[in-house]
Design a protein around this ligand. Structure first.
Ligand SMILES: [Zn+2]
Ligand SMILES: [Zn+2]
Length: 410
């Protein structure tokens, strides 16, 4: 039974066990064999002079072996890198759907078996659970174990953005059985082969559920002139020209950064029914102005899918940032909501309505609208309503928070 190390402080290691460790360091950091402080070459002068700390092998006479020492200060940056993709743990995200066990997570990331306990003690979650440097040795109960539940950033993202359980229950009332696993598999299809989504059995089931919902009359209707709707965009304080109404409309199809909506083929217009909510939706920086357009509903009626009907707690299903981001990588957390949006559009919904998530003192509750395939002046218009420019005034209050300060080494 190979032993696992909880530190790398001066251990004798046989050549074959050391091989895995060298490969690992070379892959994640640098070849430690270049440095005497990490790897010392030894030759046993008598049989049994040393015993491998990992496989217990007794060195025979003249056998080469190593003494390995890598101080914690060099391991911390490696552990940080390994922690980079951790989005949550059972302490901050519960244990509903166990995605990864910490030991298996490290193993998949190339950590040799013999070093897993060592790196488990150094991993950390954004919530603060995990390694407590510099005095982590007295808080072993607080570090990850092999069987601790871990979520990657992407998984946490989808946990928040799309609650599979709620959708399963929603589907069940229309006689479709869609499990969390089905949705997980379907996400994979959306990532790798989106054009097949409509032919995949889960894709079909999702479509059918939404269609049933629509046919049962679950439609929120808003009508011409019923309310004003607002859309804003930030720009640098020193830019001279405000955005025109055209700039505040949706990006033309195919012009959005990488075609996130290409497989949907429908431009989405994000609006809110409160002008005061706009800054909370688009997060201006301190050196930015906000141009806000006011729109009137021109179409006789818009038929909307009310997200609150299947999950009142649901937040961030569609979001402004989803569309505005310049990143070229597809955020897989958005793929499923996007697919649902595409189905809604095809079925006859003109958009999705959902409660605004920002609960701020002095801000009245508000509602967000994501509208599909709108035509300017035909469906919505802002004729004779000027684009207004606002300067957001940010009030920041500092509240002192006690922190453990790590020792400074520089
Ligand atoms: Zn060994
Ligand atoms: Zn956590």
């Amino acid at each position: 039974m190979p032993k696992e190390l909880t530190d790398l402080e001066d251990h004798a290691v046989c050549m074959s066990c050391a091989e895995h460790i060298f490969k690992f360091f070379e892959a994640v950091w640098k070849p430690i064999t270049l440095y005497e402080r990490f790897v010392q070459n030894h030759t046993a002068s008598i049989a049994g002079e040393a015993c491998c700390a990992i496989c217990n092998h007794q060195m025979s006479k003249h056998e080469d072996f190593y003494r390995l020492s890598v101080e914690e200060q060099f391991l911390i940056p490696i552990a940080d890198k390994l922690s980079e993709d951790i989005g949550g743990c059972e302490h901050c995200n519960g244990n509903e759907d166990s995605y990864h066990q910490a030991g298996e997570y490290l193993s998949v990331n190339g950590v040799p078996d013999s070093l897993i306990p060592l790196f488990l003690s150094l991993l950390k979650c954004p919530c603060g659970f995990g390694r407590h440097h510099p005095d982590r040795k007295d808080s072993h109960s607080e570090v990850f174990t092999k069987y601790s539940v871990l979520y990657t950033k992407q998984e946490v993202d989808s946990l928040y953005r799309f609650d599979a359980k709620e959708f399963s229950e929603f589907a069940e009332q229309y006689g479709e059985k869609i499990t969390a696993e089905d949705l997980q598999d379907f996400r994979q299809i959306l990532r790798t082969n989106p054009t097949l989504a409509y032919h995949h059995c889960t894709g079909i089931a999702i479509y059918n559920v939404l269609k049933e919902h629509f046919d049962h009359g679950h439609v929120r209707i808003i009508s011409a002139g019923q309310m004003d709707l607002y859309r804003g965009r930030t720009r640098p304080t020193d830019s001279e020209t405000p955005y025109s109404i055209r700039d505040l409309w949706t990006a033309p199809t195919g012009k959005s950064s990488h075609g996130r909506y290409n497989f949907i083929g429908v431009p989405v217009l994000y609006l809110a029914d409160s002008v005061n909510a706009i800054p909370y939706e688009i997060n201006p920086a301190h050196d930015q102005l906000i141009d806000i357009a006011t729109f009137t509903i021109m179409r006789r009626e818009l038929r909307l899918f009310d997200l609150g009907e299947f999950d009142p707690e649901f937040q961030g299903f569609f979001s402004e940032s989803n569309m505005e981001t310049e990143q070229t990588r597809v955020k897989s957390a958005y793929l499923l909501p996007n697919y649902i949006g595409a189905c809604c559009s095809h079925i006859g919904y003109n958009g999705v309505v959902y409660a605004g998530v920002h609960d701020v003192e002095g801000l009245e509750p508000y509602t967000n609208y994501a509208l599909f395939d709108m035509d300017y002046e035909l469906d919505l218009s802002s004729t004779s309503r000027p684009v207004n420019t606002y300067q957001p005034i940010v009030n920041i209050t500092l509240k002192l928070q006690e922190q453990k300060r790590p020792e400074e080494h520089f």
